[in-house]
Design a protein around this ligand. Structure first.
Ligand code: SF4
Length: 458
């Protein structure tokens, strides 16, 4: 009789890349561990960390401190920290937290089982950065999974002056296309509907591969997989957004009509200081080209306020770009100096008070733009992929449009995991309200394994 598996609890901070990495941790540990959502019963507690802002790093340190008590109650439990903070701090983290058993970096995930075996005898640190893409791990899909994240590259060569990623995730490497295609085929064959491809800069995918391939060529290969209804990707660097990629919008059926295109600032002076490789005009030209290609495309972005040296005039440039680009959503953050980055040692650091005040103005403008974009959708019938029960009400379901907005509506729980038509009835600042219009719809049957999901034409 096989011995019962131990339990692993994984706490994930940060971006979708970290969510994908946590999934990979669970996969590589599957022989010995099952996931639990109850930390108090864990035999192994892993924290997957984010170092993108000082605040996220502080949250990790605070959680680590609070786990001293749990470790005292369960001394046999192994406690490990992985991800970007682990990569950045290495031995220092182990020295600062005597109750910590294991520190592992962003690229050692496939070495985790071996590392854990060693950690039972002696505390371990593994923050080696490797060349190339790590060996593929076979993935098992949950029978109810309709959406998944697929990592297509890792690392970054861009060295934006504010960003710690090239230091904690290493240089850029692309994953072989046939592995990516096989993974997506498997997922769709198991009933999957939506795939999000992940990389720090997906637009430079393919460089250095034995058989070079551009990102749009990869998208075309994936777009040919029968049954894949929705294809998304993140993140896309504006300087590498090609005409070839723009031309796919409206042409490649599964490609969702949404693009996340981080601009960071509207000021040419600051874009140069950030080492972004484009200026305001070039960014807006790409936005215009996207809108010419597909007028209904929704655009989201990232913006940093209070970058060193940012003046009120620079900030006004950001506000005006935001209006010109009419983003449907913007993730706005106060600049946070990061170790090793060039911007951390720049003069004229902006005070926290000014950053907070500018952030509030930026968010207020974005709220107006988002609400206006939501109001334009009222009355339309759109395809929604139903993700589960709404957070606000157990009687409501929640899902997303292809253009990425969240829609809440009433409907039976059997709709979860299906593509259904929903009429948008109300616009709110952060979500939409809708009405399910087909009861039952011939289009919204959940595909059986190996079947093809049927898409709506709305
Ligand atoms: S493109 Fe710039 S912001 Fe994005 S991960 Fe690379 S260095 Fe960081």
């Amino acid at each position: 009789m096989s011995r019962p598996k131990k339990k692993v609890y994984i706490k994930t901070f940060g971006c979708q890349m970290n969510v994908a990495d946590s999934e990979q941790m669970a996969q590589v540990l599957t022989q010995d561990y099952v996931l639990t959502d109850r930390p108090e019963e864990a035999d192994l507690y892993l924290i997957n960390t984010c170092a993108i802002r000082k605040k996220s790093e502080e949250k990790v340190r605070s959680l680590l401190g609070s786990l001293k008590a749990l470790k005292q109650q369960r001394p046999q439990m192994l406690l490990g920290v992985g991800g970007c903070v682990a990569q950045q701090e290495g031995e220092r983290l182990l020295a600062a937290a005597p109750h910590l058993d294991l520190v592992f970096g962003t690229q050692g995930l496939h070495r985790l089982p071996e590392l854990l075996r060693r950690a039972t005898a002696k505390r371990q640190v593994d923050v080696a950065l490797e060349e190339g893409f790590p060996p593929a791990q076979p993935r098992r899909w949950h029978p109810a999974a309709t959406q998944t994240l697929v990592t297509i590259m890792r690392g970054c060569n861009n060295f934006c002056s504010f960003c710690v990623v090239p230091y904690v995730r290493g240089r850029e490497y692309s994953r072989e296309a046939q592995e990516i295609v096989a993974e997506v085929q498997d997922f769709v064959a198991a009933g999957g509907i939506e795939v999000t491809l992940l990389g720090q800069n997906v637009n430079s995918y393919g460089r250095g591969l034995a058989e070079p391939l551009t990102f749009p060529q990869l998208l075309r290969k994936l777009g040919d997989i029968p049954g894949l209804a929705r294809l998304r990707f993140a993140t896309s660097h504006p300087k590498d957004l090609s005409g070839e990629l723009i031309a796919l919008y409206g042409d490649l059926a599964p490609l969702c009509e949404h693009l996340h295109l981080p601009v960071q600032s509207g000021s040419d002076r600051l874009l140069a200081a950030m080492n972004r490789g484009y200026n305001r005009e070039q960014y807006l030209q790409k936005v215009e080209a996207l809108r010419r290609r597909l007028p209904g495309i929704s655009l989201s972005t990232d913006i940093i306020v209070g970058f060193p040296g940012e003046t009120e005039a620079d900030f006004q440039e950001t506000l005006s770009l935001m209006q010109e680009a009419a983003f449907q959503q913007a993730f706005c953050f106060k600049y946070s100096p990061r170790p090793q980055t060039r911007a951390a040692s720049l003069p004229d650091q902006v005070t926290e008070g000014v950053k907070a005040e500018r952030l509030a103005r930026l968010l207020s403008l974005q709220d107006q733009l988002t609400l206006a974009a939501h109001q334009r959708l009222v009355g339309e019938v759109r395809e929604v992929l139903v993700e589960g029960a709404s957070k606000r009400s157990a009687q409501e379901l929640t899902g997303r449009l292809r253009t990425s907005q969240v829609v809440n509506f009433s409907g039976p729980p059997e709709l979860v995991g299906q593509l259904v038509p929903v009429e948008i009835t109300e616009a709110h600042p952060h979500s939409l309200k809708g009405r399910w219009v087909a009861e039952p719809s011939p289009f919204c049957r959940r595909p059986e394994a190996h079947g093809s999901p049927r898409r709506l034409s709305c």
